[in-house]
Ligand binder design. Sequence first.
Ligand code: SF4
Length: 409
Amino acid sequence: MITVAAGSSRPVRIGSEAPVSVQTMCAGYTHEVDRCVAEIERYAKAGADLVRVAVPERKDTEALKEILKQVSVPLVADVHFHYQRALEAIAAGVHKIRLNPGNITDREQVNAVIDACKERGIPIRVGVNEGSIIERKDKMRRAEELGKYFAGHRSGHLLALMIAKLEEYLDIFAARDFHDVVISAKSMDASLVIDIYTEISRRFDYPLHLGVTHAGTVDSGRIRSVSALSTLLANGIGDTIRISYASDHIDEVKDGIEMLCCLGKRERKGVELIACPTCGRIQVDLFTLVKEVEKVLMPELTLPIKVAVMGCIVNGPGEAEGADVAVFAGDRRGIIYVQGERVANVPEAEILPRLLAECQAFEARVKKGEARLGEKKVHIVPPAPIGELGSGEAKIRAGLVEQISIGQT
Ligand code: SF4
């Protein structure tokens, strides 16, 4: 296990039993101090545990000292090619370095960075990316050996090259008796990411930084990243993550945190929203309602209250059984339940304010110790529908909703 920013007010432990941390990287220039600080704090507020900044020029490392005074999360300096930038970042007080020894040809320069980190207790992330391995067209004897081991794998040659390169890098650190290392091995291919990290988790005893690199747009990248990273994390592999794709990096942080919450690896803060996918039985404009519920409830509530929004009374009650607060719809109305007890039956236009009021009242009771999250007092008894169900979205759009009775509050 390593500790980033040890001795500070916000140290981050990576590895062993430490919680999986979420990272992202600034998209803007580091030397634009105010803008960079604002960007880092935006990610910190969204829940990022660590933020990385690029330091390609001296003016970037010069800005670091001021940035470090103003931000609330540990910073990682991403160094490529120029070992001086690493030394300058270390001198400025940065908390971690991301370094690829393959980008710095002079071994003495790499050693100087390692020694400076060792002196100050600063960890280093060392990694291989599929892209850089291919670009260099490495032909290593060790890779040839490993290639035979991975002969049956569809990307066996690449796996062998990446592992051989990591071994070579780790030897450099071991030779300086430096062990504050986190390792990564990224690819744009989600299944290769699963295979490479599974393999290196068996071969090396260092914390692992997981990521799918160059994952694409927010839609494709989100699926690529989450499919690879959640598979690994569910198997106990991985200590810190970065989800990355071509979009506002705040989405990476939110997706990373949501993924960890879904896997039970992070405690949820704020509402957990459940919504039905809708079908031909739907009886309110559920897509609009769910979006509104998310927008209104998320900023208002601080406890992880489970809120269910269901489109009809057929499966709605059953699907909402596990929720603290549930609304299911019928005939342009919403029936609201709190822990299994019916508390309201309101027209569609009043669903949102009433749901918010019920959630706020429930949260206040939980905070006072008068109620407990996840507890259900009574089973939901669905009201009996009268008339034909199955108004469908098209009918709702046309205002042609079947009349059904949904009982009284
Ligand atoms: S809750 Fe009702 S509308 Fe929603 S998917 Fe289930 S059956 Fe369909």
